[in-house]
Design a protein around this ligand. Structure first.
Ligand code: MG
Length: 262
């Protein structure tokens, strides 16, 4: 009787134990990569990330001593528009605000591997829905987008949420603050490596903390990010400008600094 009972107990907990072992043996990155292949781009049925309250915004912290300060709230002298003309976004009150139709802005300097800090806020007065609400984006090398969006009680496709690697990886959590509140991205980026023939030696990798919450854990990008497309890699320079998207919404930015890692 005891033997039968023991067998029953072992058999009933075995699948759980095996599942636990399976989960532990793979990294979160591998799990995210496997998950990516299951979904079409912008798939509306892809599960949305769980909501995590990151707590209130803290005070502005000084940039590390070795950081390149790209925007300190005063002027956009480190930036230009996509035609190389002076950036025309509005600067006031210690922030820069997207002026619709003036286009994206990019840094004059190019960057490759880096640690990047960006603060942003979507409009306090909510206008629009889904991708039309507080949309902008941080483009590493002007190619790889970490989505900026008002994702606070705003349903959209998972891979278009705030802190998504756009069209590829939804964030692990929705750590959004309310519209109008300052939010932070701390990003660690490794650019892709190409051989002389343009073949990919290693893909781009992104780690993102949104308001201090880990939301991208060293994910491997499939290539450039895009709307309804996941194009393959195309060999590019080792250093390219960082850009911020004009998606027509008056999103604000402040406190942008970068630490080149190579
Ligand atoms: Mg965007």
């Amino acid at each position: 009787m005891k033997g039968i009972l023991l067998t029953v107990v072992v058999l009933s907990v075995l699948p759980g134990l095996l599942a636990a072992v399976t989960v532990r043996s793979g990294t979160q990155t591998e799990a995210q990569k496997a998950d990516l292949l299951k979904w079409a781009i912008h798939d509306e049925s892809r599960p949305l990330p769980p909501v995590v309250d990151p707590g209130p915004a803290g005070p502005l912290a000084p940039a590390p001593s070795d950081a390149v300060v790209l925007f300190n709230g005063q002027d956009l002298s480190s930036w230009e528009d996509m035609k190389g003309q002076p950036a025309r976004w509005k600067v006031e009150g210690g922030y820069a605000e997207v002026v619709a139709k003036t286009g994206a802005i990019k840094t004059k300097q190019g960057f490759g591997d880096c640690q990047l800090h960006v603060e942003w806020a979507t409009p306090a007065a909510v206008v629009g829905e889904s991708q039309g609400r507080g949309n902008s984006g941080v483009f590493l090398m002007d190619i790889y987008e970490v989505q900026v969006l008002d994702s606070y009680n705003n349903k959209t496709y998972a891979d278009g949420s705030a802190a998504a690697v756009y069209g590829q990886y939804p964030p692990l959590a929705n750590a959004s603050r309310k519209p109008g509140e300052w939010q932070t991205y701390d990003i660690i980026f490794h650019r892709p490596r190409f051989d002389a023939a343009g073949k990919v030696l290693s893909p781009a990798r992104l780690t993102v903390l949104h308001n201090g919450v880990l939301v991208q854990d060293n994910v491997e990008l499939t290539g450039p990010t895009g709307h309804h497309v996941r194009p393959p890699y195309k060999a590019h320079a080792d250093k390219l400008p960082l850009s911020l998207q004009d998606h027509g919404n008056p999103v604000r930015y402040r406190d942008i600094w970068i630490r080149p890692l190579e």
